[in-house]
Each structure stands twice: as structure tokens, then as C-alpha cells.
Design a protein around this ligand. Structure first.
Ligand SMILES: [Zn+2]
Length: 211
């Protein structure tokens, strides 16, 4: 699935796991032993072992953190300028939003569902890029990974996210979309709305700076 992020070319490594790689969800009450095993196998296969991982423990909120070290962070958005650190968030219908400012060598990865968008996860993530790294909105490239489309969800996540990015100064020409709906691709992705599982399962989106 790395192909979805060709837009970032040689600046970052980024992508998302597929369903066959197994559940990657890190959450309170999740089977962490299983997901850590799945993650390790997937990252090995994807040749990402040179990275240490900063994983978001999702809260469906607006909290974003600037991180330098590996670990599990209670937040929905992670920002870093550390090229040894792989940012990860898990998704199963919500949007994984990849952000890059190649001039300041800073990246961010956010988990954005209906609630997070309402609360301001995009603004908070961008605010950190602006304030901590001196990013300017016109230098940011944004990419939406696979999420549930408006035909299969009452909220048009893409429209809402795009509107919010634009209100922060990120122009539509800087915003790209994988155009992949998790609901429509049962062989490729978990979809919470489609599968209605007792225990949620999720793919992992990842992003790391290349030196
Ligand atoms: Zn759809």
C-alpha cells in the first residue's frame, strides 16, 4: 500500500497496513501482545525496522503532541522532526491524515473521525507544525489515506477535513486523497461500520522522515 503515498516521493516513507496483516489496534483493553506481534511482522516485511515507533493511543479528541521519542502517546495527532521515529495511528473508517513540510523536515500523522474533526484535531496538529517547527501553511502537503466515503457514512469526512485545512491556509492544490473507501474494500481494509465487530480491529497508518 506504499503506492498511495508516492506523492511524498523520496522525502518520507509512509503507507498503511492491509487487512491480511492483522489487527494493529493499540487501545485501552486491546490485545496488545497480538497487535505488537502483528506490527513487528508488518514493519519487518515493510523494511521499517530502522525506525523506532511512536504510536497514538486514540481518544477521538483534538489532542496532538510533538514527539521525539518512541512510545505510546495518548493523542490523536503526532508530529515529529526526528528522522528515526515512525509515527503511527490506527484507523478502521476514520481518516488517516498525513502531513509533510519538506522545507522544515517535519511530519505529522493524525487520526480524524467525525468527533476529532469537530473538536479540532486538524487545527491542533497544524498548530504544532506552525509553532514548534516554523512551518507555513503554503509549504504543507496533505494526504488522506483510506477512510469511509460519504456514500457509506452520514458525515462527509473529506469535505469537513478539506474545509478545515483550507481555513488554516492549506490550499486545495496541496491536498491529495488516496480515493480508497474502507467500507468498499473488505479484502483490503477493516471497516468498523461494515464489519460491526464486537472487538474493533484496525489497520495501521505509518509515516517516517527519510534522512
Ligand atoms: Zn464508500
Amino acid at each position: 500500500m506504499k503506492k498511495i503515498l508516492n506523492i511524498f516521493a523520496n522525502t518520507v516513507v509512509a503507507g498503511i497496513s492491509e487487512r491480511l496483516e492483522g489487527d494493529m489496534r493499540i487501545a485501552k483493553g486491546a490485545d496488545l501482545e497480538l497487535t505488537q506481534t502483528n506490527r513487528k511482522r508488518f514493519f519487518e516485511k515493510s523494511e521499517l525496522l530502522g525506525f523506532e515507533t511512536a504510536a497514538a493511543l486514540l481518544e477521538h479528541g483534538e489532542k496532538a503532541l510533538f514527539v521525539h521519542n518512541p512510545g505510546i502517546y495518548e493523542a490523536d495527532g503526532l508530529v515529529t522532526d526526528n528522522p528515526k521515529l515512525l509515527l503511527t495511528v490506527t484507523v478502521a473508517d476514520c481518516m488517516p491524515i498525513f502531513l509533510l513540510d519538506s522545507r522544515q523536515s517535519v511530519i505529522a500523522l493524525a487520526h480524524a473521525g467525525r468527533l476529532g474533526l469537530q473538536k479540532g484535531i486538524i487545527q491542533e496538529t497544524l498548530r504544532l507544525m506552525f509553532s514548534r517547527s516554523g512551518s507555513r501553511p503554503e509549504n504543507i502537503i496533505c494526504y488522506f489515506g483510506p477512510f469511509i466515503c460519504e456514500s457509506h457514512h452520514p458525515t462527509n469526512l473529506k469535505e469537513e477535513a478539506t474545509k478545515q485545512l483550507q481555513s488554516q491556509g492549506v490550499a486545495s492544490e496541496q491536498i491529495f486523497d488516496a480515493n480508497l473507501c474502507t467500507y468498499e474494500l473488505p479484502e483490503d481494509f477493516f471497516s468498523y461500520r461494515r464489519d460491526r465487530p464486537k472487538v474493533p480491529e484496525a489497520q495501521v497508518a505509518f509515516m517516517g522522515l527519510l534522512q
